[in-house]
Design a protein around this ligand. Sequence first.
Ligand SMILES: Cc1ncc(COP(=O)(O)O)c(C=O)c1O
Length: 218
Amino acid sequence: VYAVAQKHDLVIIEDEPYYFLQMDPYKGPGASPVPPPSTHDEFLQALVPSFVRLDVDGRVVRLDSFSKVLAPGSRVGWAVLSQQLAERMVRHNEVSVQNPAGFAQIILFKLLDEQWGHGGYLDWLIHIRTEYTSRRNVLLDACHKYLPESVVSWAPPAAGMFVRTIGFLPVLPFSGTRANSRHSFGCTLTEASTPSLGNARCTPSNRKSSRRLWKTKC
Ligand SMILES: Cc1ncc(COP(=O)(O)O)c(C=O)c1O
């Protein structure tokens, strides 16, 4: 990817709020849990390297956020990028969002700088990664137990907090259209066992375009 970006002189924006939620591989139902990393170094070394590590041209913009690991509503993050691009980003922020909310900034400052320090933050990341790994394992165990593998498939996630399932349905829920090929869609459980299509909550115009997108995937 980096070589392609170099060839065409592209900037790579690495938007990675889930980066620290990387997990050990799922070993199947009933497998004993892998113990969490015992040191900060072990934790950091096991992470997939960022494009920043490969960046010799200053073409990578790395975006991090506290949204997925500390508080979804904090809306505070940070960027790692070359000085030249940082100057442009600062100018853009000055005429758009300006700053994250002051309340969020002061709460994070107090927690990270005055309470935790780097060590405390890394301890927290290890804790939350362990927590999400065990939730993922419970969810996948339940998929194995309750979902009929003849019609639904899924890939165990290696990071983040979502499991994507792919189902083969004779008739698509909500649209009533016959489905004679494979359809993939995001779904959430709103009521007991009622899957809702990701696009069901879109405005009519968005729904139209997301349906188009959805159909092109089939
Ligand atoms: C890929 C990705 N980037 C960025 C964000 C937003 O992060 P923030 O709350 O810091 O704006 C999200 C959250 O939904 C996300 O999924």
